[in-house]
Design a protein. Structure first.
Length: 91
């Protein structure tokens, strides 16, 4: 898969928030925001995959420092529009 702007590839490295079964590429910087998952593990990822992680892991939340980011509300809104494990239903 080509890397249009050197930022991503379907088969190349993606951010840490991307689920192994989620085929979607990262959108934006791969270290945009940190999510704390249900086990307390901190995962830093792009906005796209962080929202998908929030939608899929019932215990996940944005790291408290993410509240300082203008995009935090956008990520929560995006997560709210997604079903859990969106990639399983082709989203
Ligand atoms: Zn990503």
């Amino acid at each position: 898969m080509e890397k249009p702007d050197g930022g991503w590839s379907l088969h190349g490295p993606r951010c840490a928030a991307a689920d192994a079964k989620d085929p979607t590429p990262c959108q934006g910087p791969s270290t945009a925001v940190t999510v704390v998952d249900g086990t307390g593990r901190e995962v830093t990822g792009c906005r796209w995959h962080s929202a998908r992680l929030l939608a899929s892991d019932g215990g996940a939340r944005l790291h408290p420092m993410a509240g300082l980011l203008p995009c935090a509300v956008d990520i929560y809104c995006h997560a709210g529009d997604l079903p859990p494990f969106a990639w399983q239903v082709g989203r």
